[in-house]
Design a protein around this ligand. Sequence first.
Ligand code: GP9
Length: 418
Amino acid sequence: NESGLEEVNEFIGENQPSIEKDLYGIAEGKNVIFVAAESLQDFVINETLNGEEITPFLNELVEESYYFDQFYHQTAQGKSSDSEFLINNSLYPLARGGVFFSHATNEYYALPEILNENGYYTASMHGNNGSFWNRNVMYNQFGYDDFYTKDDYEITEENSVGWGLKDIDFMEQSVEHMLDMPQPFEVKLITLTNHFPFDLDEEDMYIDRFDSNSNTLNKYFPTVRYMDESIKVLFERLKEEGLYEDSIIVIYGDHDGISSNHNRAMGQFLGEDVTPFVETQLQQVPFIIHIPGMEGEKISKVSGQIDVRPTILHLLGIEVENQTIFGDNIFSEDYEEFTILRNGNFITDEIVYVNEVCYSKETGEPTDDEKCEPYLDRVHEELEYSDKIIYGDLLRFDGRNHNNEDTDESDNESETPD
Ligand code: GP9
């Protein structure tokens, strides 16, 4: 009921996104191009395998972008779809199941809808079925103007691998579509090639596989390298078509690609045992904001996907009053380094709490429980309030949500990727 929303908003209280004047509105009116980097974890950035860079393009890019190197994914079983939920709503996904399936007809007040209200055309783009993760249903509630799916791309046997259209071809064809879009636009490019089981054609292998007892980890590096190349192609094509200068490009890793089943092999790559502490650090994914003409900077604040929306809206100079959200603008001086993972683990600038053990970040060793205790109630409450919004469909009382009836629903069979 309505009082449920009031209670949540009371809890959120002053936790409205804070303003840091320097960067406010710096990207006003620009196109926003999100790249959802499938399974991209942060440990590959600035790393080599057999002396070769794994992500040469991203390594260059982070030098001339805002690069958040302590940024965590906060997804659960809904994987890629959970990351979309977080980024568009600044709410937590559910602990079990996928909110894209269980609560796809709820009312939301999502980022595309806010951007629509501010004169943007919005679209999500994916070289696979529109029904994966029930996106074609959920997107109606997010307010996307259009959803480009495999029917909008030229897909052949030659330009496909694994799960569908190869990322380089996807980038090239997506830029073609962008040329027909009204500006400013917000698009989300959902990449695919770096998806388990990380299959790749020989001709696309820019680096060799790793050599360990995990075939999955071994194959991960060449597909990451391929995705890196596809992002380079995206930048080149945007420049060639004159779209680059008027766009900001926002790249985020959607979730981990290498699960704890591969800890031994991962330990071999990292040169250290994958303890629960290290495993939590491995949940870091890259978050890169590239604004043409700006130098950017490395920002080592602990942060997460829940912060993406307020951070981007801040750069665009779009203020939204009384938002029911749990993230904050990472650029702000008041930003609190306190990131909650969906399983209840959490990270601050000093500690990492994993499976009820409190670790010192400095040593990676267990430390006094007292250091973690002050946060425990907040973790519990924040996740619970976010769940209440979803279970109670509380945003229907917000009054600002308008369903978008135009999104393509022709492909209505829902599928999970697993
Ligand atoms: C499916 C793709 C992959 O369309 O986005 O989803 P994932 O398995 O990574 O959640």
